[in-house]
Design a binder for this molecule. Structure first.
Ligand code: OOG
Length: 269
């Protein structure tokens, strides 16, 4: 553990790992993969994630929802990890559309185009497609900024889970009522394009997200349930990227457009 962090004698190994990842995020400094330091299980990794977010909440951050990762083949192939993962979002990760972000706050950030939902009913455990749709108020275009706290942006499935699935920032676009939208259009067949300075840098379709972004709600409810968590009214769910992620460069203007849902974006200092 070569990162300056608050490690107390009485901490368990999982608490120490959580403190290392929390410190790495705060100091924008990469660390060695945890699994190379000590054998840890997937359950350990989700506990490390929970503990690291608990530290953020102890500093005043508030949970705003959850994200899924590796919901598309493009992301699985880019990172060499194929199992679905989930992480927690907090209000400190919110980037308002049109904001400018400062690269010095990140290790090696990348951006990816997504679809997001805001729920107005709880969604927990094994749910049907109808139940998933009925729990959602809004659907939105979104951008996720990811920033692995591991060196060279390389990790195993277990390591990325412990690192809260590389979560670091998210932008939500305009809200559209889900039911009205689905009455007119197929949510699973929308074009998605991400641009940097007006030039397309990633293009895909919403079907790349688990064949239909609605499946992200069903999978999130199931996966969260395995760890005693659930989606609550007001929660955001980022459904996962439809394309590979793109590294951010100074001075860029990033935007994404999801057909029928609109545009959101931010600039890089
Ligand atoms: C892990 C996060 C993956 C997605 O949408 O697939 C993810 C990473 O690639 O660092 O957010």
């Amino acid at each position: 553990m070569n990162i300056q962090t608050q490690i107390n004698q009485g901490m368990t190994m999982l608490e120490q790992f959580a403190a290392v990842l929390d410190g790495a995020a705060k100091q924008a400094c990469a660390v060695r993969q945890l699994s190379q330091q000590s054998p840890i299980t997937l359950d350990d990794a989700y506990e490390i994630q929970r503990l690291s977010i608990e530290q953020r909440c102890a500093r005043g951050e508030r949970l705003t929802g959850f994200k899924l990762g590796f919901t598309s083949k493009a992301k699985q192939e880019q990172m060499g990890v194929s199992d679905l993962i989930w992480g927690r979002l907090t209000d400190a990760m919110v980037i308002h559309s049109g904001d400018e972000i400062d690269l010095s706050h990140y290790v090696h950030p990348r951006v990816e185009p997504e679809v997001a939902f805001i729920l107005d009913k709880p969604l927990a455990g094994d749910v049907s497609r109808e139940q998933a749709i009925a729990a959602v108020a809004w659907v939105m275009p979104a951008l996720e900024v990811i920033d692995s706290r591991y060196r060279d942006f390389k990790f195993s499935h277990i390591d990325v889970v412990a690192d809260n699935c590389s979560s670091t920032g998210y932008v939500l676009g305009p809200k559209t009522d889900l039911l009205s939208f689905m009455a007119e259009r197929d949510l699973a067949d929308l074009s998605m394009v991400m641009t940097a300075d007006g030039e397309p840098v990633a293009q895909g379709r919403s079907s790349a997200i688990l064949e239909d972004p609605i499946n992200a709600l069903i999978e999130a409810a199931r996966c969260l349930g395995e760890y005693g968590e659930s989606l609550k009214p007001g929660d955001v769910l980022l459904a996962g990227a439809a394309t590979a992620a793109v590294a951010l460069q100074p001075g860029q203007r990033i935007a994404t457009k999801v057909q029928g849902l609109g545009v959101c974006g931010f600039s890089v200092k």
